[in-house]
Design a protein around this ligand. Structure first.
Ligand code: BGC
Length: 344
């Protein structure tokens, strides 16, 4: 009797059922809608940080993952520029992958859903023929490497398809990438969005495979663009030269509601859960309007059951200031009004 109990115990341990360890270690598929509910509010991280550069020290430490969690965020979307880490044979740099392992481990340790977002979108917009095989190489390696991670790890095939990636091209390409992912991750939740920089007006053109139920549909929201991108150097001059553009008339607020209603209607009609993967207003916008816009958009997403990820933790659109090692409180309050961080 005792012997069989010991044997059973050993088997359970081998199968990873040790208390406190096992349940989290193993991949157990969860419905896409449940995944979105678990994502709650989150934030984009790491894309432009020196962390990724060879020899780069970087700003992100474990304490920042803990701070993100403790402030009430439940998801980090890790912005990855992958192509520059592929060698001529299409293999990802092992040193870069180890850095990514650390990020995945930190997210997991601190109870965060981690989205791996392939962000080589500009390269793909300019040269689709060159991009497609590279995306397949990237996804076959990332998917295989993380196939055993729990369901809290999510893959996003490509940020903001645009340019050469028009609806026809994207509807042909993304199923190829999905197939690569599904070879090693048949039921992991995967994020995919429409063309035109993940614009919600292009949702109708997105052709999803009906039999894949582990898809989360994403859109990005930066409207009105002349408000959110005023003074931004990387956009057309008509926006980059703007300043002091306010936000907050009743009509502007109502428009956000109508846009989000349209996304909700699409979501219900197509039975797909929604992730608002990016929203934010650039630092050069007046702070009171940034706060109003950010709160308006965050509440609109919450009210409709969309997970929502602020753009971004660091670099610009700042939510967190590495210089002061402190939250940008007005923005944190707009994104997460009940954040315990605000009560300190
Ligand atoms: C781009 C960033 C840009 C942001 C807002 C992101 O998808 O990667 O470069 O700052 O959108 O424009």
């Amino acid at each position: 009797m005792l012997r069989s109990a010991v044997l059973l115990g050993m088997c359970l341990l081998l199968w990873g059922f040790a208390p406190g360890v096992a349940a989290q270690e193993r991949f157990v598929a969860i419905p896409a809608a449940e995944q979105v509910a678990r994502m709650g509010t989150g934030v984009n991280i790491l894309g432009y940080d020196p962390y990724w550069r060879e020899g780069g020290q970087g700003n992100y430490r474990e304490e920042h993952f803990k701070a993100i969690h403790d402030a009430g965020f439940r998801t980090v979307r890790v912005v990855l520029f992958t192509f520059r880490h592929l060698d001529a044979g299409g293999t990802l740099d092992p040193a870069w992958l180890e850095k990514l392992d650390w990020v995945v481990a930190m997210g997991r340790k601190h109870g965060l859903v981690v989205i791996l977002d392939v962000h080589d979108f500009d390269d793909c917009a300019k040269d689709m023929a060159n991009c497609a095989p590279r995306l397949e190489q990237v996804w076959s390696q990332l998917a295989a490497r993380y196939a055993d991670q729990p369901a809290s790890l999510v893959f996003e095939l490509l940020n903001e398809p645009h340019g050469q990636l028009d609806a026809a091209a994207w509807n042909a390409l993304f199923p190829r990438l999905l197939k690569v992912v599904r070879a090693s991750n048949p039921t992991r939740n995967v994020v995919v969005g429409p063309v035109n920089w993940n614009n919600f007006r292009a949702l109708e053109q997105l052709e999803l495979p009906a039999d894949d139920r582990h898809l989360i549909v994403t859109f990005h929201y930066y409207e009105p663009f002349d408000f959110t991108h005023q003074g931004a150097s990387w956009v057309e001059e008509q926006f980059s030269r703007l300043k002091d553009v306010p936000f907050g008339t009743p009509e502007q607020v109502a428009q956000v509601g109508r846009d989000f209603d349209a996304v909700k209607a699409w979501s219900l009609a197509h039975d797909r859960p929604i992730l608002l993967g990016e929203f934010g207003a650039y630092d050069k916008a007046p702070m009171d309007s940034r706060v109003r816009w950010t709160a308006t958009v965050a509440r609109a997403a919450e009210a409709r059951g969309f997970a929502r990820l602020y753009w971004q933790f660091s670099s610009d659109f700042l939510l967190y200031d590495f210089g002061r090692q402190a939250w940008v409180e007005p923005i944190l309050r707009a994104v997460l009004p009940d954040s315990p961080e605000l009560e300190r």
